[in-house]
Design a protein around this ligand. Structure first.
Ligand code: SF4
Ligand code: SF4
Length: 438
């Protein structure tokens, strides 16, 4: 794609990067067929190619984003399916990240929307606040039924619609919190390695059982696990809301505490059980490339970050129980399959450890979770969830496995089939408890 940035514009490293990405696009349109929003809405401006044009216009003309541009960028799930499909290697992720940051800086949303997004950005990355908010929100749930249901719209969802979507996502009860940061879990038997396990924010409030299963599985196989003290949210949630200052501050803080832990006690890897977070931590090196003090440390941390299945793939697991009567529908989270290009490994691990694993039809299409997307764009998100659940039902599974808490909550909202994390199943196969209580 031909671009027309001025030399002055190209002196900005972000614009120079955008220019490189835009020039790689040959506007072939292959990406449109696998874009969930284009598949649902059929509007070129809700396709990757359409959004790329909108972003190009916005950046080249250096003008504030219009409401129309914001609508179509907001509707993008950042699922990155387009990056898997693109034959030219267009890095849509870095382009849309830049567009979101530009919108956040230069576009004035209506007051209610600004306050709502600010509240999400403030509460979600703070597990203590999130827990309190969820407990309070439970009292609001009955009220949600009394609120009028706005019609599904073609424009931006109303604040009321978003509040209803948020309340609908709240769980009926919350489990007790997991272990605190600073905890160390010793390896059983001969010590073979030492890893940090990302504590996460929403996951540690909604499903601490996932990291508990990871800790049990790892320590059972000789790996010492540390929950690093003073670790923060990885920044993914605010990054996807375009709040880059917040996301980068969190990235720098995490890099500091992880590197100190690695230097003091040694770390073979930083393991992540929420693939949405893993994709962003693996991108810290890029996000901080222009930061003289943090570029190298960030690249080191990105190289240490691994999805839990990547690490488990290098350890001979010892299955103690066979579950060949259990059919697992493996839901491939977008952040794992498109963001990290991890597609076969989780399925291979499950099969090797005795489960019958089946692919979900249309597995490249997002379930609609996508960070805060199911709150901010509930109508599209619900349509994608219903489509995902219908595809899953076709293979009649006993359980659904996924590697991302966001997908797990989203899919569980549309089915009675238990939704579990891949690591819970591997823990079960090697001597842990049976998972499946949502
Ligand atoms: S597939 Fe790639 S090159 Fe083709 S239009 Fe989409 S982003 Fe551009
Ligand atoms: S990230 Fe997903 S929703 Fe956004 S343009 Fe690409 S395929 Fe479409």
């Amino acid at each position: 794609m031909k671009t027309e940035f001025s030399l002055a514009q190209l002196a900005d490293p972000d614009i120079a990067e955008a220019d490189k990405i835009l020039r790689a696009c040959v506007h072939c349109g292959f990406c449109t067929a696998t874009c969930p929003t284009y598949v649902l809405l059929g509007d070129e401006l809700d396709s990757p190619r359409g959004r790329i044009y909108l972003i190009k216009e916005m950046l080249e003309k250096n003008r504030p984003p219009t409401a129309e541009v914001v609508k179509h960028i907001d509707r993008c799930l950042s699922c990155l399916s387009c990056m898997t499909t693109c034959p030219s290697g267009v890095n849509y992720m870095h382009l849309v990240d830049q567009a979101r940051a530009r919108i956040e800086k230069d576009y004035r949303r209506p007051l209610g929307e600004r306050l709502f997004r600010a509240a999400l950005a403030w509460i979600l990355p703070r597990p203590g606040l999130l827990r309190a908010g969820m407990i309070l929100g439970r009292f609001g749930r009955p009220l949600a039924a009394l609120l009028p249901t706005p019609k599904a719209e073609s424009g931006t969802p109303t604040l009321l619609r978003r509040i209803k979507a948020l309340l609908a996502l709240l769980p009926g009860g919350l489990p007790a919190p997991g272990p605190a940061g600073g905890s160390v879990f010793a390896a059983s038997g001969k010590k073979r390695g030492r890893v940090a396990l990302l504590q996460g924010c929403a996951q540690q409030v909604m499903a601490p059982r996932i990291n508990q299963a990871a800790i049990s599985l790892l320590t059972r196989h000789g790996i010492e696990v540390v929950l690093v003290k003073d670790e923060q949210c990885c920044g993914a949630l605010t990054h996807h809301l375009g709040r880059d200052d917040d996301a980068l501050a969190r990235a720098r803080a995490n890099i500091g505490v992880w590197l100190r832990e690695a230097e003091k006690n040694g770390l073979d890897a930083i393991l992540v059980t929420t693939s949405g977070c893993g994709t962003v931590i693996k991108d810290y090196g890029y996000m901080l490339r222009e930061d003289r003090d943090f570029a190298d440390p960030a690249a080191k941390i990105s190289a240490l970050a691994k999805d839990i299945t990547e690490y488990l793939g290098g350890i001979p697991l010892q299955p103690t129980q066979q579950h060949s009567d259990i059919v697992i529908a493996y839901h491939s989270a977008c952040s794992l399959q498109h963001g990290q290009k991890i597609t076969q490994l989780p399925k291979e691990l499950l099969s090797k450890n005795g489960f019958v694993v089946k692919d979900v039809p249309e597995s490249h299409l997002c379930c609609g979770s996508a960070g805060t997307y199911n709150i901010l764009q509930p109508d599209i998100a619900n349509r994608l969830r219903d489509r995902k659940v219908a595809n899953i039902a076709m293979i009649k599974p006993d359980m659904i496995a996924a590697g991302n808490i966001g997908c797990m909550v989203q899919i569980a909202g549309g089915t009675s089939v238990p939704v579990v994390h891949t690591v819970e199943l591997l823990d079960w196969a090697t001597g842990g408890p049976r998972p499946g209580l949502n």
